[in-house]
Ligand binder design. Structure first.
Ligand code: ATP
Ligand code: MG
Length: 362
């Protein structure tokens, strides 16, 4: 039993170990998923494993000059130490360009061992991360610019300003602060959903109260676009078993979308009705609608419709967070939308029994 462990501790035995016979090295050369090429003193490829052919997309490698192959791919050096060069190159891959990492190491007198690895996925991830950081910075800049410009004006002559002007400036400050709060909250939640630490605490709560809380954030947005909110909450559909703060967050995200994407002076409707033990809440707007081919991706993180991308800011996090909140509470969320006919987002929450019913049941 203890033999393998002992073997691992005494490296001297490895050279004589039958498990590492020369034939296995050859097998490994063939089986490796990284491309391996050997070139001789004049730079001509003398050996290549199957992965090298696959990754470089070539049918003949042996006998060709390695530098010629790399030159075609337009490689640039990213790191160079004695006897060791790391380069990156683009190469056509299915419909898009891929990225290769090529590491060349001196072996023996003048020969070189080249490792060729497809790093397209890592490069893509890095690009997404950079894009995301840029977008976050951009999203933060708008409310911060509004805050500081308004504060400058107030600092100059708040005391002599007419009341209505003062009121409108305070409104701008409030909207900008809410927007920052909303952004940071969404970013933190997206992180905890990804990490699997996202939590909700369901208790008997009121849809109406959560809507009131959401309006603290959303009403200034609606007001600034002269949009009107209509509510149609059935009295029988108020008590739900849900996390009150999270439910307010869902409503705030949906209403913020309705306000952001729908035109000025349009009507946004929130309705609630009760069905099969669930309360179904719907937020409807008179906005541009969402193309059918994009509807399946709306709940994915970072997805934004091509229709709105250039017109309105956003990170594409709101709906993915709404879905996590609703599903964690046993409900479901969905969208009905048609281009030119507005958008309607609904979610369900389990109904809470009335206190009297609960008392009777006990
Ligand atoms: N009411 C709506 N009308 C039209 N398009 C919408 C509506 N709600 C959502 N969308 C589309 O769905 C996308 C995703 O929405 P989501 O709320 O997840 O992100 P966002 O609004 O872009 O950014 P964030 O909510 O993170 O600030 C939006 O970018 C938009 O394209
Ligand atoms: Mg949104």
């Amino acid at each position: 039993m203890s033999e393998p462990r002992e073997r691992r501790r005494s490296p001297g035995r490895r050279a004589t170990d039958r498990a590492i016979a020369p034939i296995d090295v050859q097998d490994a050369f063939v089986a490796l998923t990284d491309g391996i090429l050997l070139s001789d003193g004049s730079g001509v490829v003398v050996s290549a494993n199957p992965a090298a052919f696959r990754i470089l997309g070539e049918s003949v490698l042996v006998g060709r000059r390695f530098e010629g192959l790399v030159l075609v791919a337009g490689a640039t050096t990213v790191q160079q130490t004695e006897g060791h060069v790391m380069r990156r190159a683009s190469f056509p891959r299915e419909e898009r360009m891929g990225v290769l990492e090529i590491v060349s190491t001196t072996v023996g007198d003048r020969g070189l061992l080249h490792t060729v690895r497809d790093v397209t996925a890592q490069a893509e991830l890095l690009r997404l991360k950079e894009d995301f950081l840029l977008q976050v910075a951009h999203e933060l800049r708008t409310p911060i610019a509004a805050l500081s410009a308004t504060l400058d004006l107030l600092a100059e002559d708040a005391l002599s300003m007419p009341r209505d002007e003062l009121g409108s400036m305070v409104g701008t400050l409030r909207r900008s602060a809410f927007r920052l709060e909303h952004l940071v909250e969404n970013l933190l939640d997206a992180g905890s959903i990804e990490a699997g630490t996202f939590q909700v605490r369901a208790m008997p709560t009121s849809v109406r109260n959560s809507l009131q809380e959401a309006l603290g954030f959303v009403q200034p947005l609606l007001d600034s676009k002269h949009q009107h909110l209509r509510t149609d909450l059935h009295p029988d559909s108020d008590r739900v078993l849900a996390d009150a703060r999270r439910t307010a967050q869902v409503l705030a995200n949906l209403l913020a979308n309705a306000s952001r994407y729908a035109p000025e002076a349009s009507v946004v409707t929130v309705s609630a009705e009760s069905r099969d033990g669930f309360v179904r809440v719907t937020v409807r707007d008179e906005g541009p609608g969402i193309p059918a081919d994009e509807q399946g991706r709306l709940f994915q993180r970072f997805f934004r419709s091509r229709q709105v991308r250039d017109q309105a800011g956003g990170l594409g996090l709101g709906l993915s967070i709404c879905r996590a909140i609703i599903q964690a509470q046993g409900g479901e969320i969905g969208i009905e939308s048609e281009v030119g006919h507005g958008t309607s987002v609904h979610f369900t929450l389990p109904k809470a029994r009335h206190l009297t019913e609960e008392a009777e049941a006990n």
